[in-house]
Structure formats: C-alpha cells, structure tokens
Ligand binder design. Sequence first.
Ligand SMILES: [Zn+2]
Length: 98
Amino acid sequence: MIQKKDDKQIQHQFHVRQNRQIIAIAIALFLVLLSAVLYKRPLFFGELSKGKLYGMQIAAIAAFLGFTVVNWKCPSCDKSLGSNINKRVCGKCGARLH
Ligand SMILES: [Zn+2]
C-alpha cells in the first residue's frame, strides 16, 4: 500500500498547482484575445498573416492543454482534477484539497 501523504502537504501542493493553473489560464486567454484583436486590425499588423494568427491561437491552446495535463493533477493520486478550478475534494481518491 502506498504511504498516504499528510493533508497539509496535499493542500499546499494543491494551492501551488491551483495558482499555476490560474496563471496559465490568464496567459492562454491573453494570447487568444491578443490574436483575436490582431485579427481584426490587419492595418496595424499587416505583416502578420491571418494564417499565422490562427496558428498562434492553436499554439496557445495546445500549450495550455499540455500544461494542464502536467499541472492539473491531484497531489495525492496524480489523477486529473477535471474542469473545476475550485475543487475541494479529489473525486478519484477523496483527498481534501482545501
Ligand atoms: Zn486524488
């Protein structure tokens, strides 16, 4: 049987991951919005083709999803925490996260 990490350690780990996840969401949103704004202002950024902006959006979303897979896991059982950023209890192992 796997040694259970103590609750404080799990909650601390979860907060670190939660903060990183919020920052990642902010960066991803910023990049997607930025490319959307650039997309509507081709006069100011004529050198950026629409294909490149589209690629930038895809890259931002892909990087975000990749980061989420690595970061957004339960500190106790390493299973994905799903889409709820304010999760209180891990649905997989029942560890208290808050
Ligand atoms: Zn868990």
